[in-house]
Each structure stands twice: as C-alpha cells, then as structure tokens.
Ligand binder design. Structure first.
Ligand code: ATP
Length: 256
C-alpha cells in the first residue's frame, strides 16, 4: 500500500503540491486527474524520489520513502513510466527492455521478468524487437516504456499520462494492457488527461487542482460529481431544476 500524507513540494518559491494526501491500496488502480499544471507529475516525481519534498510523508508498505534516492525507491518496486516515455532511441526494443531489469537488481524477492512475458502483453513489440526504439510509433513507444518498467518487477506502477498523443485505438490497447496487468495483481497509480477512461479503469480517484486534492472518492461517484462532469468529462451544468440542486448533462468523448 502506498500512502502519501500531507505532502508539500516546491520549486523555489513555486509550491506545486500542497498538503496532498492519497492512498493506493494493494491490487487497485487509483486515478489522479487534474488540469495542466495541477501538480500531478510533481506528485509522481516526489513519490519516486526524483524531486525533493518539503513536508509530509510518503510510505510504501509502512516504510517512508522520503529522502530516498530514486534508485532506492525503484528497488523497493515503486516504478514510474514518465510522461514523454523517455526510452533510449538508438537502442533496440529488446535492449530497452533488458535495461529495465536493472531496477529489480538486488531484490531477492523479485522473480526475473522475461522479455517473452512483455511480448505476450504487447505482441507489436516482439515484431519490432531489433528495431531502434526511436523508430517506433508513439503508441508503440508507450508500450515499450510500460514494458521496460515491468521488467523492473514493480510492486506499484506509477503512470504519467500513458495515453497522451495516442490515437484512440492505440490508447485503448494501452488501457487494456493496464487492465490485464491489474487483473494479474499489479497496483497502479494512473495520472491521465483522459479522465473518462481513467475513471472507468480505476476503482478510486483523486482530483488535483492548483497543487491540492480538491475531490476524491470511488470512481463511480466521481463520474457523477458535478465538478468532475463539468471540468473533466465535458458535461454542462443545466439550470437548477424545480426540485432544487444542480443537474448536469454529460457529453461523451469530452476531456479536459
Ligand atoms: P501537466 O498535466 O501539464 O503535465 P501537471 O499536473 O503534471 O501538469 P506539474 O508538471 O507537476 O503539473 O507542474 C505543477 C506546477 O509546478 C506548474 O506550475 C509547473 O510550472 C511547476 N513546475 C513543474 N516543474 C518545475 C520545475 N522543475 N521548476 C519550476 N517549476 C516547476
């Protein structure tokens, strides 16, 4: 279980995350949605040790990760698939995957991940095993980035905008892969600009705005929350009805 408690992160004078608390129980997918600049990437980077925290705590299975360097956090099985993927373009698909194994090095509990298992999940990668990673399409690069993280035997996978820039069909196959991984027991914290898909896939969700968590709950509930509908699902608030309270109409396909 990952627990973030009252976390504050600042870049000089800019406070990018303020008093953020969230929990990702083992075996679940938790979604974090929010508009540009809300602080989502900052939060993921703080969890995986890439940026320093100013206050608060981050615990994984009860042990604090605060102050740990990124490679130690990765060895605990907390692995990030960064936005923009950051694969090594000149290396082949297979070499990129093999490099992912480094994160599991020194973890006695981690069974060695075979490249074959990644290819079963993403057959497109197997077809391109010797191709330079930089020549892959955006969606294939995203699959490779996820595959590389899986090679490090994550206990929890943090994903930053995995569908960004992908055509709907490729995005769907990335989401389907995440669902399969979760069904096989992987815990996932998903940051996603496609709020609709994220809230369908996850069981719990958090909404972040201007560095703070402003809404949280089961996704079923968030999908009907007026703030989420209007800001993230492309719905509109209708005039208050005679019965009082606000009503809204939701348009499919809208994202923020
Ligand atoms: P997006 O969806 O656009 O990626 P985000 O929710 O991931 O946004 P962050 O990237 O975490 O948001 O940025 C949060 C705030 O922190 C923004 O105001 C951003 O400009 C600022 N910020 C992020 N990284 C740095 C940095 N290295 N130095 C200074 N400010 C930064």
């Amino acid at each position: 279980m990952l627990e973030v408690e009252n976390l504050t992160v600042a870049y000089g004078g800019i406070v990018a995350a303020r008093g953020v608390s969230l929990r990702v129980p083992r075996g679940q997918i938790v979604a974090l949605i929010g508009s540009n600049g809300a602080g989502k990437t900052t939060l993921l980077n703080a969890i995986c040790g890439a940026v320093r925290t100013r206050a608060g705590d981050i615990r994984f299975d009860g042990q604090s990760l605060v102050g740990q360097p990124a490679h130690r956090v990765a060895r605990r099985g907390v692995l990030l698939v960064p936005e923009g993927r950051q694969i090594l373009a000149p290396l082949s698909v297979r070499e990129n995957l093999e490099l992912g194994r480094l994160a599991a090095r020194g973890r006695a509990d981690a069974r060695e991940q075979s490249v074959g298992e990644i290819y079963r999940l993403f057959p497109r990668l197997e077809e391109r095993t010797n191709q330079p990673a930089g020549s892959l399409s955006g969606g294939e690069q995203q699959m490779l980035a996820i595959g590389r993280a899986l090679m490090g035997r994550p206990e929890i996978l943090l994903l930053d905008e995995p569908s960004l820039g992908l055509a709907p069909k490729l995005a769907a196959s990335v989401f389907a892969a995440l669902q399969t991984l979760n069904q096989n027991g992987l815990t996932i914290l998903l940051v996603e600009q496609n709020a609709r898909r994220a809230l369908e896939l996850a069981t719990h969700g958090y909404v972040m705005e201007r560095g703070e968590i402003v809404d949280a709950g089961p996704c079923e509930q968030l999908r009907h929350d007026p703030r989420v509908v209007v800001h993230y699902l492309g719905g509109e608030l209708a005039r208050p009805s005679d019965r009082g309270g606000s009503e809204y109409v939701s348009h499919p396909g809208g994202t923020h």
